[in-house]
Each structure stands twice: as C-alpha cells, then as structure tokens.
Write a protein that binds this ligand. Sequence first.
Ligand code: FES
Length: 101
Amino acid sequence: MEKPTHHIFVCSSFRASGEVKGKCSKKGSSDLIPYIEGEILDRGLDALLTSTGCMKQCDNGPVMVIYPENLWYGNVTSEEIVDEILDALEDGDKASEYILE
Ligand code: FES
C-alpha cells in the first residue's frame, strides 16, 4: 500500500449525528476544500485531503492540520492563507502566523 507523504485534515464540523454544526463550517471551511484539493494537484503535492469532524479547537476555526508534521493551523479563512500554509509545507517550513500552540 502506498501512503501519502502528507495528510491534510480540514475541520468541517461534523457532529456524531452527521450534522454539520460548528464554527469551522460557519466560517467557510468546507468552501475551502475544493481549493485545497486543486492546490494539491497543481503543486504536485503527495498529500491526501480529508474533511473531518470537530477537532475541539472551535474558537480558532477554521482548523487545518497536517501530518506527519503535526502542524495545527487556526483561522484558515481564505485561499490566501491556504497558499501560505502550502507554500511553507513545500519549503519544509511552517506558516508561523497561523500555528496553534
Ligand atoms: S468545529 Fe472545527 S474545531 Fe470544532
């Protein structure tokens, strides 16, 4: 089985009931998913994108997490911020301004 180099998770605020309810979704996280998928393809990143349930960081949403780097980003509210994060990932760095500590 081939495994991706990076696994990117974007909170889509799914609750146990399947209901989409939470701050990340209300702040547009789901709208960013097609953009992120497109950027992964355009950049040729070996990355898998997964939409998730609440990651318990609601006040910092939308939340985006990248493994295996264990980078937790908050306030990912625009395509420009996604670009900064992916630029940093390509450079082996992190977009410090949006890192959740
Ligand atoms: S809804 Fe995204 S972290 Fe809770």
